[in-house]
Write a protein that binds this ligand. Structure first.
Ligand code: 5GP
Ligand code: ZN
Length: 144
């Protein structure tokens, strides 16, 4: 696939990449485009997408994934200068069950502020050691 990538006909973010859907674009390079999220979780919340259409983390080409995370780092550094946040969350949702609503791979770059309303989406608790180890055995597979 070329660096400019292939577009999917009825994909919202392909429309933003091509310019047929308006957006507040803040950065772009050969492989990626960054634009403001239309429903920001915090002030400055933006999205970084590869120009080439892929659905999610499981099918994005490695070179697009690399370019997208590097663009997210560049954007976070720019936000640090301009918005002075206290930190960042970089979020990807892969699959409907994981809250994905737009099926063109994207990274959320969410600047964090001490008084923002975001909450950790899970309750930390002690895990079952045996179950953790059993899953680890399965995940290692033949490489274990
Ligand atoms: P997801 O839920 O798939 O992780 O993230 C999709 C994000 O896209 C959401 O945060 C949502 O606010 C944002 N979004 C949905 N439609 C549009 C749009 O038309 N323009 C922009 N800029 N963002 C959008
Ligand atoms: Zn797309």
């Amino acid at each position: 696939m070329s660096a400019s990538g292939e577009q999917a006909a009825d994909c919202l973010f392909c429309g933003i990449v091509s310019g047929s859907v308006p957006s507040q674009t803040v950065d772009s390079d050969e492989r990626t485009v960054a634009f403001m999220d239309i429903n920001p979780a915090t002030r400055g919340h933006a999205l970084v997408v590869p120009r080439a259409h892929s659905r999610d983390l499981t099918d994005i080409a490695p070179e697009d994934l690399e370019a997208t995370i590097l663009a997210a780092q560049r954007l976070a550094n720019r936000m640090r200068e301009v918005l002075s946040p206290a930190g960042f969350n970089i979020l990807n949702s892969t699959g409907e069950a994981a809250w994905q609503t737009v099926f063109h791979f994207h990274l959320h770059v969410v600047p964090r502020y001490p008084d923002d309303p975001l909450k950790l989406p899970w309750i930390p608790g002690s895990g079952e050691e045996a179950e953790i180890a059993a899953v680890a055995v399965r995940l290692r597979g033949r490489r274990g």
